[in-house]
Design a binder for this molecule. Sequence first.
Ligand code: S3P
Length: 429
Amino acid sequence: MSDIVLQPTTTALIGDCFVPGDKSISHRAVFFGSLAKGKTDITNFLTGDDCLTTIKAFESMGVQITQDGEHVQIESRGYKHLNEPTVPIDLGNSGTTARLLLGVLSGLPFHTTVFGDESLTKRPMDRVAIPLREMGARIDGREEGKYLPLAVRGQTLSAITFKPQVKSAQVKSGVLLAGLLANGTTTVIESIKTRDHTENMLRAFGAKVVVNGLAIEVEGKQTLTGTTIQVPRDISSAAFFIVAALIVKGSKVTLKDVGLNPTRTGILAAIQLMGAHLDIKETTNIGGEIIGDVMVSYQPLKGAIIEGAIIPSMIDEIPILALLATQAEGQTIIKDAEELRFKETDRIDSVVATLRQFGCQIEPTADGMIIEGGQTLNGATADSHGDHRIGMMIAIASLIATGETTLTDKDAINVSYPSFFEHLETLKR
Ligand code: S3P
């Protein structure tokens, strides 16, 4: 396990930051590029471990994929020509690969087994396996197919109308991908809109998808055509530097060319609710994805109640928001975020335990946490617990902690941001 000793910063954070490509969009670009006929050219691809897992999964089904850093080229004959893998597919730590791939494998005419690392093996797969079985899928495994490893025997699928119980873009996307391979028109009706990159990318690959409020319809058996995809920079990664700039005195940082899809920008709304002034400039729209710059400076904030429909659009940013809340004036309450319990770690428990190691006053609740503001952080020895976002939260906390912090298992950060420490250093001036 890799450790790193981190010192409090002696300088402000100043300058432009170009965070890597969006994780959700990078995954989907490989999924759709592999299912489409022809050539797909992806630029600014996230080279984090999770997205490389998706590449390997499709390579094992015979898709030609060339990855040269952030440039990925895919050459596929379409989903009808994918081959049965000869060995089980390793999904590593990647929940997105797992949930989306189950949708695809359910409708392909062969047998596959999939497995993951210790964390992924504890994460629920029935949320996607249950609707897929309703479409005719044969998925089996431990506890009636709730957990990995799973065996999938592809079937001819039939369309369904599905109202997910959980607010999850992974579940929605798994069912829509199965719907693409099924007979008939599949409809997913959400209770709250979750990230809609799958819907945008279906269109970019030439498929017809009808979005009517919270209902998404996709016709089965459509042909996708290879295309070019420029991946926006990841707002979820940018969030760590946005918060860093807000808590390190004198800082002024611009996050360049980040994805500003409204289903992802809850973190910006939450920070504004805490009283922050952010300068947000939308610059372009590529493939249905808004891209722009976010300028942020150090400033005092107030605690707030963060709840309801905003939560799915910032679910991955709650750990770093919790750290921000420790520096605001007054209490912050996060509610309606029970989904945090099903991430790479139980992020209610891991955030609370980690911030307590820094000496913070923070209480877990069933669906969130209550965080006291105005706190002084004391350097600590803290473990990422294999969770990239907990690792980055610890590193940002160390900037303002008194004394030294040791982050253990720092390599977890490679899941979504391999160049994180390098980028952090370039901002210190
Ligand atoms: C993702 C959806 C979210 C998010 C994850 C990526 C996606 O998960 O937490 O990091 O790419 O669809 P859920 O759909 O389980 O909420």
